[in-house]
Design a protein. Structure first.
Length: 81
């Protein structure tokens, strides 16, 4: 059974911003489907299979990998509204 891809946000290290294209290529090689590159921020967004998620942190120039979070809405019968 195939797993759903995980949405990720990757922060690129400041000292690798000049080589952002190489970092993006490395992320693709590690299994990430890149959806967006925010060059001024050094952020790359996309999806990756759960099994390949740990590979992203090993890409040279990657400072941090975070899972994307969806909106959190409490259930209708919750006390907090």
């Amino acid at each position: 059974m195939d797993q759903e891809p995980v949405g990720v946000v990757v922060s690129v290290a400041d000292d690798h911003l000049d080589g952002l294209d190489e970092v993006v290529a490395g992320l693709r090689d590690a299994g990430m489907r890149v959806d967006g590159v925010l060059e001024p921020l050094g952020v790359v967004t996309g999806t990756v299979e759960e099994a390949a998620l740990p590979n992203l942190g090993s890409v040279p120039g990657v400072a941090e990998v975070e899972r994307q979070r969806g909106p959190g809405v409490p259930p209708p019968d919750s006390e907090v509204q």
